[in-house]
Design a protein around this ligand. Structure first.
Ligand code: ZN
Length: 449
C-alpha cells in the first residue's frame, strides 16, 4: 500500500503552523509537503481547520499496574491517553507492585502491558535505598531514566532517599547517562509546618497548603543542584509547584548545570484561593498554590525556565479520596488528567497569547527529549513516527464524566468550561481514537530505540 495524506490548514510543525499535507507510509511520516504537491491518486483525509499536532508525550504517568490495577491500569490509562491526544506515556516506577526498581520488576511490568495498550509506553526505573547495583542493569534493560523521592511517597513499596542514599546511587547513575527525575520536597519543612497545624481544621484546603510550604520544594532543589554540580548527572525536577524556585533554576542553567524542569496542568489552571473546603479531589503533592504563584509559573514557561508540561496522572479508587468528610490529611494525593490536559492547557495558554506551537513544544517535543525518544517522537517531520493529534482549538465544552476514560471517573476538572476538542488520535498511522470511540486493536507497544 502506498502512502496516505493527512491535511489541514493548521499543521503544527517545528517550523511553525502552516497549511500542509503529512504523507504517512506504514508507521512513519514520509514527508511534510504543501497540499498542492500531494501525488495524484494518494488517499487523503482533510481536516480543514482542525489543527494537526504531533502526538502528545506524557513523561509523568502512574499506571499502577501490576499490583494496583484497581487504581488504574495499562488498558484504562492508555485509553485516557488516546482520548487526550497522547500517543506515548512514560510510566512512573511507583504505585505498581512491585515498584520498578529491579530488572525482574521491569519484566513484570512488560508482561502486564502486553496486548493492552492503545498508545506507546515506556518505563522509568526507581532509585530507592540500596538498589544502586540495579541501576545499570535497568538501564541496559531499557528504562528511560530514574525517579526518586526525597519525601515519603505514601506507599510502602517505594522508600524515599536521603542525601547518603543518593551519594551511593549517583556514581552508578552517572554511568548510565540517563536523567534522574526527582520529587523535590524535603521532609524537614513539611514536618515543621505540620507540627504547628495540630488541632487545625483539615477539611480546609488552606490547612493542607500550609503543611507543604514552598520552602520544602526550594530546599530540595538546592540539595539536588548541589549534587548535580558535584556528580554531573542529568537532573530533572518533576512537577514544580512553587514559582519561588524559578530564579534558582535559571541561575543553575546559566551556570551550565544539566537541569530540566516540568510542571503540570493543575498548577497552571487551578489556584488555592478558589479550592473549596472539603474538595479533596484537588489534593496533590506538592500542592496547588496561590494565584500569584500560578501567574509566575506561566512566566517561567514563557522564559523557558520550565521546559515542559506533563500530567502526573495519578488516580486512586474513589474511597481513598476521603470526600466524606473531606479530609485533606488522609486523602490520597493525586490528580488524574490524561484525558483533559490538552484542552486545559490550551484554554489557559490561548488566553495568555501562546500558540499551538508552544503547546507542541511543552507537551510533545520536550517530554520526548527527556525520555530519550526524540529521534522518533515529538515532532511532525520526515522520518518521525506518524503520531498525530487532530485538535479543534475553537470548540468550547464542559467536562463531564464522559470525557474521562481512566478507571474511575473522578477529577477536579469535572464541570470546568474548556476550549478545544481532541477529534482524533493516530498512533504510528493507525486511528486509535475518534471522538467518542476507540480502536478495538491494542496497537500500542513499548518504545524501543
Ligand atoms: Zn507523580
Amino acid at each position: 500500500m502506498g502512502p496516505e495524506a493527512f491535511l489541514s490548514r493548521r499543521v503544527v510543525t517545528p517550523q511553525g503552523i502552516r497549511p500542509a499535507a503529512i504523507l504517512v507510509e506504514g508507521d512513519r511520516i514520509q514527508a511534510v509537503i504543501p497540499p498542492s504537491e500531494i501525488p495524484a491518486g494518494t488517499p487523503r483525509e482533510d481536516f480543514v481547520d482542525a489543527a494537526i499536532l504531533p502526538g502528545l508525550v506524557d513523561a509523568h504517568v502512574h499506571i499502577n499496574e501490576p499490583g494496583r490495577t484497581e487504581w488504574e491500569g495499562f488498558r484504562t490509562a492508555t485509553r485516557a491517553a488516546a482520548a487526550g491526544g497522547y500517543t506515548m506515556i512514560v510510566d512512573m516506577p511507583l504505585n505498581s507492585i512491585p515498584s520498578t526498581t529491579t530488572v525482574g520488576a521491569l519484566a513484570a511490568k512488560r508482561q502486564s502491558a502486553a496486548g493492552q495498550c492503545l498508545v506507546d509506553w515506556a518505563a522509568w526505573g526507581g532509585v530507592v535505598p540500596g538498589n544502586d547495583k540495579e541501576l545499570e542493569p535497568l538501564a541496559r534493560a531499557g528504562v528511560r531514566g530514574f525517579k526518586c523521592f526525597l519525601v515519603d511517597p505514601g506507599i510502602e513499596e517505594f522508600a524515599l532517599v536521603g542525601e547518603p542514599d543518593l551519594r551511593k546511587a549517583l556514581p552508578s547513575l552517572v554511568l548510565t547517562g540517563l536523567p534522574l527525575l526527582v520529587h523535590a520536597e524535603l521532609p524537614g519543612p513539611i514536618e515543621f509546618a505540620t507540627q504547628h497545624l495540630e488541632g487545625e481544621n483539615w477539611s480546609q484546603y488552606q490547612t493542607y497548603l500550609r503543611s507543604r510550604p514552598d520552602e520544602a520544594e526550594l530546599a530540595a532543589i538546592h540539595l539536588m543542584l548541589a549534587l548535580c554540580r558535584e556528580y554531573g548527572f542529568r537532573l530533572h525536577i518533576v512537577h514544580l509547584a512553587t514559582a519561588s524556585a524559578l530564579r534558582t533554576l535559571q541561575a543553575a542553567r546559566a551556570e551550565g548545570l544539566g537541569v530540566t524542569v516540568e510542571t503540570c496542568p493543575h498548577y497552571l489552571h487551578f489556584a488555592a484561593e478558589s479550592i473549596p473546603d472539603g474538595a479533596t479531589l484537588f489534593k496533590c503533592a506538592p500542592p496547588v498554590r496561590c494565584r500569584a504563584n500560578r501567574l509566575a509559573l506561566w512566566q517561567g514557561l514563557k522564559d523557558g525556565i520550565i521546559d515542559m508540561v506533563v500530567t502526573d496522572h495519578s488516580p486512586c479508587p474513589p474511597p481513598m479520596k476521603r470526600r466524606q468528610p473531606g479530609d485533606f490529611r488522609s486523602a490520597w494525593g493525586g490528580i488524574a488528567s490524561l484525558s483533559t490536559a490538552l484542552p486545559v492547557m490550551w484554554t489557559e495558554a490561548r488566553e495568555r497569547g501562546f500558540s499551538l506551537t508552544d503547546i507542541a513544544e511543552w507537551m510533545s517535543a520536550q517530554p520526548a527529549k527527556l525520555a530519550g525518544c526524540e529521534a522518533r517522537k515529538g515532532r511532525i517531520a520526515e522520518g518521525y513516527d506518524a503520531d498525530l493529534t487532530v485538535f479543534d482549538p475553537e470548540t468550547p465544552f464542559t467536562v463531564t464524566e464522559n470525557h474521562l476514560h481512566h478507571r474511575h471517573a473522578l477529577s477536579p476538572y469535572l464541570g470546568e468550561s474548556l476550549r478545544g476538542v481532541v477529534k482524533r488520535t493516530y498512533l504510528r498511522g493507525r486511528l486509535v481514537f475518534r471522538e467518542g470511540g476507540f480502536s478495538p486493536e491494542a496497537a500500542g507497544r513499548e518504545f524501543q530505540q
